[in-house]
Design a protein around this ligand. Structure first.
Ligand SMILES: Cc1cc2nc3c(=O)[nH]c(=O)nc-3n(C[C@H](O)[C@H](O)[C@H](O)COP(=O)(O)O)c2cc1C
Length: 388
């Protein structure tokens, strides 16, 4: 395996790396692939709406998290505006999964259901006292650390948006103070405001990124609450540049779409963050994932099990066809991975639906994921891939 310059220089090992919660993606199969590639990075669940977990919460949680009881690098994200239900949910989750690293409250998703933003997610940023009550209820229900993921501001419409000024900053500062006083240990800041009337996709594109605000908050809350920076990080070099230019004690960094687009870059992240210097071999990580998929065919759909492999194939195809020469992988590595994935699909997962090629043909291999993942999943992935 080759090293890029960024890998050699490395990131500060005092930082954690978080793999952002993403609905329709960060279910257990993708978390498993991420874990095999980077055991050190922190994995997040998708946002689980408390109303979806109740009333049969034990069963609902086991369906999502079974097999991850001993995972210390996992954060469960919840969405709710009901302090009683949220507290109950946190209590039961803590009993079933006491090793969770944190339980998180989503205060950053602009529109959780279609038809406008309901009164949770990013809407909670408009109600600091309700947010505080929710956090208090979570904290009193569990010994596990409670965290909040939010934006740097919130507006009703695009016309209401104003550049960050002292009034806006004071609002954000007070919001985080009240979260801290309610007992949360960690705040993850997506470095964009939320615009409640816009779709989730537009909310990841239209509001401007502002890392300086996150850095200022990290300075103001140094020693009081951990601050993680999220939003727009798109490569190992970018991550390293943000970290190098930062003197604000940001405790960690989070990325979502970069690692969907280039999951194998996690091996590079692992190389820089791993404390014991053991770096997983990419080929054996993929083999472990295929074994996991085969063992869990009764538990997850074919689409859920194949999507992580499709993400890997999309990255390999892009690098192979574009002749990327600073990739983490040599051409030989890429060809070996092609065989591993094709064999895993041909011989096992697809039970004969996918035919083996006589030569390397990434386009054909990528296309064979269409029927396995389903058209809707593939086109959603293509839309999300082009966002960043
Ligand atoms: C498809 C998709 C689903 C998402 N679902 C969630 C979610 O369930 N909870 C959440 O807090 N954020 C969610 N987000 C936002 C991400 O966690 C992250 O904050 C955002 O993508 C910005 O980070 P990035 O630029 O590194 O992707 C989602 C983002 C995407 C692209």
């Amino acid at each position: 395996m080759k090293c890029t310059a960024a890998m050699v220089t490395g990131l500060s090992t005092s930082s954690e790396f978080h793999l952002a919660p993403m609905q329709c993606y960060t279910n257990q199969p993708l978390r498993k692939l991420y874990s095999f590639l980077s055991p050190t990075s922190i994995k997040w669940t998708e946002m689980e709406k408390v109303d979806d977990l109740l009333p049969n919460i034990d069963q609902a949680l086991r369906k999502r998290l079974d097999g991850e009881e001993h995972e210390h690098n996992l954060i469960l994200q919840l969405g709710s505006n009901d302090e009683i239900k949220l507290g109950d949910c946190v209590r039961i989750a803590s009993c079933l999964y006491p090793n969770l690293k944190e339980i998180n409250l989503n205060c950053g998703c602009p529109a959780i259901d279609t038809g406008g933003a309901p009164s949770y997610g990013a809407s909670l940023m408009k109600d600091a006292s309700l947010t505080a009550k929710l956090v208090e209820s979570m904290v009193s229900a569990s010994d596990i650390d409670i965290s909040v993921k939010c934006r740097i501001g919130v507006f009703d419409t695009a016309e209401d948006v104003v550049a960050m000024n002292s009034k806006q900053y004071e609002y954000l500062h007070n919001y985080i103070s009240s979260i801290q006083h309610s007992g949360a240990k960690h705040v993850i800041l997506h470095a964009r405001s939320a615009i409640l009337s816009l779709s989730p996709v537009k909310n990841r594109i239209v509001p401007q990124l502002d890392y300086e605000i996150v850095q200022q908050i990290a300075k103001d809350f140094d020693g009081k609450v951990k601050i993680t920076l999220n939003g727009g990080i798109n490569s190992l070099d970018e991550l390293k540049a943000i970290q190098t230019n930062d003197n604000s004690n940001i405790s960690s960094y989070m990325s979502g779409r970069w690692c969907l687009r280039r999951p194998l870059d996690l091996a590079g992240i692992e190389r820089t963050l791993s404390y014991n210097g053991i770096v997983p071999d990419v080929k054996s990580a993929i083999e472990k994932y295929i074994d996991y998929a085969l063992a869990n065919q009764n538990r997850f759909t074919m689409s859920e099990l194949c999507l992580p492999l499709y993400l890997v194939v999309s990255q390999l195809q892009q690098d192979y066809e574009n002749g990327v020469d600073d990739s983490l992988l040599s051409w030989r590595d890429i060809e070996t991975l092609y065989d591993t994935i094709e064999d895993g699909l041909v011989m096992h997962l697809s039970t004969g639906k996918v035919k083996k090629s006589s030569s390397i043909n990434f386009k054909k291999l990528a296309n064979s994921f269409g029927p396995l993942c389903g058209k809707k999943v593939v086109s959603k992935w293509k839309r999300n891939r082009s966002e960043l």
